[in-house]
Design a protein around this ligand. Structure first.
Ligand SMILES: [Zn+2]
Length: 93
């Protein structure tokens, strides 16, 4: 689940370009990413996860919860970014 870092946090940690802390869907470790739609800390976790289709529903549930949390906290900018990512991706399918 992505956490949008506050500007002060970013400055303190020197993370310009890595705006998000993401919890890896497979191993649960937090990692930094410039992409809010990142899900895995590594290609290893991505491939291990893909071999476990039973976890797909859990991933979908976490995504739904993440979006609902953003809605509850009026994270309009983050929601618009997510909506744009989804629209862009669906356009290429
Ligand atoms: Zn991982």
């Amino acid at each position: 689940m992505a956490r949008v870092m506050h500007e002060t946090d970013r400055a303190l940690r020197g993370l310009t370009g890595y705006a998000y802390e993401i919890k890896c869907v497979f191993c649960g470790v937090f990692f930094r990413s410039s992409r809010i739609d990142a899900s895995f800390c590594s290609s290893t976790c991505r491939s291990r996860f893909s071999r476990q289709p039973a976890k797909r529903q859990a991933r979908l549930d976490r995504a739904r919860v993440a979006v609902l949390e953003l809605l509850d906290h009026d994270e309009t900018e983050a929601l618009q970014e997510i909506a744009q990512l989804i629209a862009d991706r669906l356009r290429t399918l």
